[in-house]
Design a protein. Structure first.
Length: 444
């Protein structure tokens, strides 16, 4: 099947502007200011309209419908929030599984396979879900068919069809929890896309992140509130019992995750995959008697690799990780993988903070001498809790000295970072805080 190349050209961007009709409301500041102000007023009215329903729900009335829009399992960072809403008689949460937009130029086959992978992911959790596609295969407008009271977005990008973007939910209370723990110095894409300025409530990880929004977003972070990060709540709970997802071995071995980022297109300058993909296979083979490695690629990496390498080469490479005795491919949730691992090697922005919740040693693979400059001040402190890998020799030293031999001089630094920034100061977990904040938005 013919593949379209990943397109970040002016022509592609203009096509998106045409598709989402935002040439004025996003790119003309006077229009932007008027549009965002009116959108915010509509969001307040949408919350106010829910108060009678909120009050009647505990008396046997219909609860408030909360739709979580999801494209891929890797964007699902709200497990405990979903459960908290499901346990609250005021709310009825469900997942709406939607595809990537055809404007991205991705493989149709892989898009469909990802849709099914997401469906299985949600079904395995036992969550109620909807795939809003009619019998003719057309994607429906859920604002008209499902009529949710609240919409939770799991991505801020225009990588879905226009009917699932925030523009379309002006009169529906909209909320957003970031799909990653923001560590990079990517202010625009994390805090000042038009999505961030429009969504009714943007729940942030720490007070530090709120300050970034207030200083850099065009709406001065007026819709932001600090809640903590729901995706990392699992690491703070003493009652969670992980599943051992690692391939059985004939002897005890150290368990290492390799988690490469998807930006092989050099859009962020993070990904080291093309530099290290063969080296990691070689190291897995070399240390097969003492280490097992889980290949945990970002779920967008396969889309982009197919465009770079072709489908046959990508399938062959992924199969190698499946088939070796001491390696495995992990394409779904990473929580159990993190908790049952011994160490990780990665080049991802969010994982720079997230893995520190496990208190285990971790190496960041540097793309070049400017890697350090790509972090914001918060992320830089997390980055300094990592061992840094700029070469194959660095990676091998980490595997041998830190992972196998247990010589871990950064252990105390990681603990200090956790105590200073990651442990909830008030003891209230993020999911509980977000539900309380939604209650407050509706009732006040």
């Amino acid at each position: 099947m013919k593949q379209q190349s990943y397109d970040n050209s002016l022509k592609y961007r203009l096509r998106l502007i045409w598709a989402y009709k935002d040439v004025l409301r996003n790119h003309c500041r006077p229009v932007f200011d008027i549009y965002t102000r009116k959108f915010a007023e509509c969001q307040l009215k949408a919350a106010k309209r829910l108060k009678p329903k909120w009050e009647q729900a505990v008396k046997g009335g219909k609860p408030i419908d909360v739709a979580f829009l999801l494209t891929i399992p890797g964007m699902w960072k709200v497990d405990y929030l979903f459960k908290a809403l499901a346990a609250d008689p005021h709310y009825h949460p469900y997942v709406v599984i939607i595809p990537y937009s055809t404007y991205k130029g991705f493989s149709a086959d892989e898009t469909e396979a990802t849709l099914e992978r997401t469906r299985r992911f949600v079904a395995d959790k036992g969550y109620e879900y909807v795939i809003p596609r009619d019998e003719k295969g057309r994607w429906q407008d859920i604002r008209k068919t499902l009529k949710p009271d609240i919409v939770f977005f799991t991505t801020p990008y225009k990588d879905v069809s226009p009917q699932y973007f925030v523009y379309h939910f002006r009169d529906t209370l909209s909320c957003y929890v970031s799909y990653g723990f923001t560590s990079l110095n990517t202010i625009k894409i994390n805090f000042d896309l038009i999505f961030h300025n429009l969504v009714g409530a943007y729940f942030l990880e720490t007070p530090f992140h709120k300050r970034i929004a207030e200083e850099n977003a065009r709406n001065r972070g007026a819709n932001t509130v600090v809640s903590g990060y729901p995706a990392t709540e699992v690491f703070l709970r003493q009652d969670y019992r992980p599943v051992d997802v690692w391939k059985k071995q004939d002897r005890p071995k150290k368990r290492v995750i390799w988690a490469p980022h998807h930006t092989i297109d050099k859009s962020l300058g993070l990904s080291t995959f093309l530099l290290r993909c063969e080296d990691m296979l070689t190291l897995a083979q070399k240390y097969k008697d003492s280490i097992q490695i889980a290949f945990k690629p970002h779920q967008l990496l396969k889309f982009k690799l197919i465009q770079e390498w072709g489908e046959e080469r990508v399938e062959k490479y992924y199969s190698q990780w499946k088939e070796m005795d001491n390696t495995q491919l992990e394409e779904s949730s990473y929580v159990d993988l993190f908790i049952t691992s011994d160490a990780m090697i990665h080049d991802c922005g969010s994982f720079t903070t997230e893995y520190l919740f496990t208190h285990k040693p971790v190496m960041y693979l540097t793309h070049d001498e400017h890697s350090k400059e790509r972090f914001n001040a918060f992320g830089l402190e997390a980055f300094e809790c990592h061992y840094h890998g700029g070469s194959v020799a660095d990676i091998e030293r980490f595997l041998h000295d830190v992972v196998i031999e247990g010589d871990d001089p950064l252990a105390s630094k990681r603990q200090q970072f956790f105590d200073a920034y990651l442990r909830p100061a008030d003891g209230v977990l993020p999911s509980q805080k977000i539900v309380s904040l939604i209650d407050e938005m509706i009732c006040k």
